[in-house]
Design a protein around this ligand. Structure first.
Ligand SMILES: [Zn+2]
Ligand SMILES: [Zn+2]
Length: 271
């Protein structure tokens, strides 16, 4: 591939991924089937059109920066100057699968600590505030970052590419998996079963309610895929389980036609 084509190919791929994993879920849940799925809402209100436009706009600014990042990274990969490799047989299938799980755990740890850093007040103001304009987030907010936050978020992939052998196909699969989880966090709807958050094993996975609470309360629930770190460092919201239970109870009661309980969140007007 000609070098000058790299950012255009990367931008197209990022746009297609955003279309499939953010825009389509948004259109189905937030517009097309809004009434049918209302009882699954975490915060019952809806954000303003201005907020949704802001999430969309900042996500595309992020894609422009990621595309420039690809222009820097891809030639280094092709020249063999990173640890990214193309032939699965080089390390075997078992390693390729293992590396996928290593990526998840490493990314979760990187994200938790980078996220804590971005909540230091002075850093928050200049780096992370854009993402927190969404107090009641939508899937469009998945990449709604200030350019400085984009550099921090993207930094993980540079560190990984130079430190552990990762098959190129596994890396692409991981990028889709990570975006899928990102969409769940910003979905605005809770679909997991009532026992999920309390389950001894699955309770470590973050529900949509978990990250939604982060957007609403700011200083809790920093984890991405899991809440290991949040549990260890006591940054999980103390009412996470109760809130999850109330969100799910509201969904079940609505199905049974009982009186609709109000949202467990103290919803802000217009949020
Ligand atoms: Zn978020
Ligand atoms: Zn945050």
């Amino acid at each position: 591939m000609k070098t000058w084509l790299i950012p255009f190919v990367a931008f197209s791929a990022l746009t297609i991924r955003y279309l499939i994993l953010s825009i389509i879920p948004y259109e189905i849940l937030w517009n097309w089937k809004r009434i049918a799925f209302q009882r699954f809402r975490i915060q019952t209100g809806f954000p303003s059109a201005h907020q949704l436009w802001s999430e969309f706009k900042w996500s595309f600014i992020t894609f422009v920066i990621f595309s420039v990042g690809a222009l820097v990274m891809y030639p280094l990969i092709l020249e063999g100057r990173t640890k990214v490799y193309f032939e699965i047989s080089q390390y075997g299938w078992w390693y390729a699968v293992l590396s996928f799980f290593i990526l998840i755990l490493a990314h979760d740890t990187y994200f938790y600590w980078a996220h804590r850093f971005m909540h230091v007040p002075i850093v928050f103001k200049h780096v992370h505030r854009i993402h927190h304009l969404s107090i009641n987030p939508s899937p469009l907010a998945a990449f709604s970052f200030h350019p400085l936050e984009t550099l921090i978020e993207g930094g993980f992939f540079y560190i990984v590419a130079f430190s552990i052998p990762i098959n190129f196909g596994i890396l692409i699969a991981f990028l889709f998996f990570s975006h899928f989880f990102n969409t769940i966090g910003h979905l605005g709807y809770e679909f997991y079963p009532s026992w999920f958050a309390k389950n001894r094993l699955l309770g470590f996975y973050n529900s949509s309610t978990h990250h939604n609470m982060h957007h609403h309360y700011f200083n809790c629930n920093y984890g991405f895929y899991f809440n290991f770190w949040d549990k260890l460092l006591k940054t999980n919201h103390p009412q996470y389980i109760e809130t999850f239970d109330e969100v799910v109870k509201r969904r079940i009661n609505n199905k049974l036609g009982q009186t609709v309980a109000k949202s467990p969140f103290n919803e802000m007007s217009g949020a």
